[in-house]
Write a protein that binds this ligand. Structure first.
Ligand code: SF4
Length: 390
């Protein structure tokens, strides 16, 4: 069997659209849920012969808000994946959830369907911050949802948090994090702490441009990041990626696939996949996605790719693969194995030497990784790598 694959399934439904979100998610299209499911099942069927020799070791049902789906829908999705693809017996199967849509009965159905990891977007436990982000849950609801996730039998749970909100004090963030790591006595198994980024085209970006929102002071954001790394390390979480912390053995295996620049199949509207050296993108519009997969004419638009919902694809050059490996792998504390890099990596030597000489990177036992200072200015290092001529 060839190298394993991850599988990403994109669920485009949300209850409301958050002001900062640039994911391919939509509020008010719930009536498309059953058509979306049929289209996704069809897409899996179409991919099946092409990836028959690849074992699927992780599945990530993301979005959007997959916890809006009934247990029966997740059952059908996973049963069909099992019947059509080579799913490893011990595959990590994650489902993303939001506190307001988490229900005990549904969680139990997800568990029975084979989901073994839940990732819940909490972001903050402060009412004003939640309002700023357009989140519709309360702190109490988030904690109750976490208890329900545990009660449903999930022993691998991630909580997403966001820091660096405009005007957010260190104390406010500390209060959110302290409460989360003490939920249900021992807290979650994995915590993702993302600094708020203002993404182009979002309502938040418009508010910033109009001067109605002033972005957080970068020094304060850096202080929060430093405190977070120390606090979570003290609480027994390993800082294994720029924004991610895990209890021993609880790293997110699916996301490691991305950071290690390994291949993954992706289905669902707007999903990006990487299979057999090709990076591809599925059409973003849920309506078009459904139409292309359910129309009688199902010829693929692009050669080599079986799904007619794929609208763009390109073969990754050796140089681009190298740059992708470095810019994603250096986000990991483990860094990248130098021996595994293809020959053109020699052209990056001066940039790597510059990073080492400036205390931003280190070379140890054949691996290149960023130092603490390097992680703080990782984007600057990545820009320098991208500027090197292939
Ligand atoms: S719930 Fe998540 S995916 Fe949906 S709009 Fe908000 S941030 Fe985006």
């Amino acid at each position: 069997m060839s190298a394993p694959l991850g599988l990403y399934v994109h669920v485009p439904f949300c209850t409301v659209k958050c002001s900062y979100c640039d994911f391919n998610s939509y509020a008010g299209i719930e009536d498309m849920q059953s058509a979306w499911l049929e289209a996704a099942l069809r897409e899996i069927t179409l991919w099946s012969p092409s990836v028959a020799q690849r074992e699927i070791t992780t599945i990530f049902i993301g979005g959007g808000t997959p916890s809006l789906l009934e247990g029966e829908s997740i059952h059908r999705l996973l049963d069909h994946s099992l019947a059509s693809l080579q799913i490893a017996a011990d595959a990590e199967i994650t489902l993303e959830a939001n506190p307001e849509s988490v229900q005990l009965e549904r969680l139990q159905a997800y568990r029975a369907a084979g989901v073994n990891r839940v990732s819940m977007g909490v972001q903050s436990l402060h009412a004003a911050e939640l309002v700023f982000l357009d989140r519709i849950h309360s702190a109490d609801r988030a904690e109750a949802a976490f208890s329900d996730i545990r009660r449903a039998g999930f022993d691998n749970v991630n909580i997403d948090l966001i820091y660096g909100l405009p005007g957010q004090s260190l104390e406010s963030w500390q209060d959110t994090l302290e409460r989360v790591i003490n939920w249900h006595d021992s807290g979650p198994d994995h915590i993702s702490c993302y600094a708020l980024t203002v993404e182009e085209g979002t309502p938040l970006a418009a508010r910033v441009a109009a001067g109605r929102v002033i972005e957080a002071d970068p020094d304060r954001v850096a202080d929060i990041a430093d405190w977070t790394a120390q606090r979570l390390s003290d609480a027994g979480y390993e800082h294994y990626e720029t924004s991610n912390y895990a209890r021993p053995g609880r790293q997110c295996l699916h996301n490691l696939t991305y950071w290690r620049n390994q291949e993954y199949l992706a289905i669902g509207p707007g999903a990006h996949g990487f299979v057999d050296g090709l990076r591809y993108q599925v059409v973003r519009s849920p309506r078009l996605y459904i139409d292309r997969l359910t129309a009688a004419q199902t010829e693929p638009l692009l050669d080599d790719l079986p799904s007619p919902a794929i609208e763009a694809a390109e073969r990754v050059s050796e140089w681009d693969h190298l740059i992708d490996t470095l810019t994603s792998g250096l986000r990991l504390m483990e860094g990248v194995e130098l021996m595994s890099l293809p020959k053109p990596a020699e052209r990056l030597r001066p940039t790597i030497e510059w990073a080492i000489a400036n205390g931003l990177a280190q070379q140890h036992q054949g691996r290149l990784s960023l130092t603490k200072r390097g992680h703080a200015v990782a984007n600057e290092i990545f820009v320098r790598l991208l500027e090197v001529n292939p």
